[in-house]
Design a binder for this molecule. Structure first.
Ligand code: SF4
Length: 215
C-alpha cells in the first residue's frame, strides 16, 4: 500500500520521490510551527504575544488571517478542538496519518507549515487530503465530501471539496507511484528545484541571481 506522503511527493516531483526511496529518507523532519494548528483560540487572544511564535508572517498579518479564517470556515471551532488528532487511516490503495479528524460528518484535516498559494491549496496537499478522505471513507463505509488543509504558520485554513478533478489528481498520483521509473525525468519547471535537497544527485542547476540578471 502507498503512503500518503509518497502520493504528495509524486505529485510534487516523481524524481524526488525516487531519490527519497533510494536513500530511504523518510524520517519526518522537525516541523516548527506545526503545533500552532492546535492553539488557534489562544493565538487569537489579543493578550497572547506572538513575537516569539514560529509564525511565517508578521503577528498583525497572522492574527488578521486567523480572524478571517474563523469567519469563513464553518467548522472552525471543531478544527480548534478536533474529535481526534494524528489518526492513522488505511484505505484501499493508500495509508497514512490525518493530523485532525472531525466527527460528524467525518472529515480529515492535513496541517502544513509551508506557504499557502494565494487561493485554494497546493496540488500535493490536495492529493494528500483526498488520500486521507478516501481512506476514511473506506474505513467508515461512507461518502466523504470535504477535507481541510491548514497552513498553520500563516493562520489560514482552506476547505477542500472532493470534486471529480481532485479524485482524478489522486488517481494520477497513485499511477505515478505504481509505475515509478528508474529514475523519472527531471522537472521542466525548475522553480520547484531551488529548495530540493537532491539537486546535486539530480544534476539540476538552478538559476542564480547573477544568471537571472545577466545570463
Ligand atoms: S532537483 Fe528538481 S527535478 Fe531533481 S528531484 Fe529535485 S525537484 Fe525533482
Amino acid at each position: 500500500m502507498i503512503a500518503f506522503t509518497e502520493l504528495a511527493l509524486a505529485t510534487y516531483c516523481p524524481r524526488k520521490l525516487y531519490y527519497r526511496r533510494k536513500n530511504d529518507d523518510f524520517e519526518a523532519p522537525d516541523q516548527p510551527g506545526f503545533e500552532l494548528a492546535f492553539r488557534y483560540p489562544s493565538l487569537l487572544d489579543a493578550a497572547t504575544d506572538l513575537t516569539d511564535e514560529p509564525i511565517a508572517i508578521s503577528p498583525a498579518s497572522f492574527r488578521k488571517n486567523l480572524r478571517r479564517t474563523r469567519r469563513r470556515v464553518d467548522r472552525f471551532d471543531e478544527l480548534c478542538s478536533p474529535a481526534r488528532r494524528s489518526v492513522y487511516l488505511a484505505g484501499r490503495d493508500a495509508h497514512g496519518v490525518a493530523h485532525k479528524l472531525l466527527a460528524d460528518p467525518p472529515a480529515p484535516s492535513i496541517v502544513s507549515v509551508g506557504t499557502p498559494p494565494s487561493t485554494g491549496v497546493w496540488e500535493p496537499h490536495a492529493v494528500r487530503a483526498v488520500a486521507a478522505t478516501k481512506a476514511l471513507a473506506y474505513e467508515r463505509e461512507t461518502k466523504i465530501e470535504t477535507a481541510y488543509v491548514e497552513y498553520a504558520t500563516h493562520g489560514l485554513i482552506r476547505e477542500l471539496e472532493i470534486t471529480g478533478r481532485r479524485r482524478a489528481q489522486y488517481r494520477r498520483a497513485v499511477r505515478t507511484v505504481e509505475t515509478l521509473g528508474d529514475p523519472p525525468p527531471r522537472l521542466q519547471q525548475r522553480t520547484k528545484c531551488r529548495s530540493c535537497a537532491y539537486r546535486e544527485s539530480c544534476g539540476v542547476r538552478t538559476e542564480s541571481l547573477f544568471t537571472r540578471l545577466f545570463g
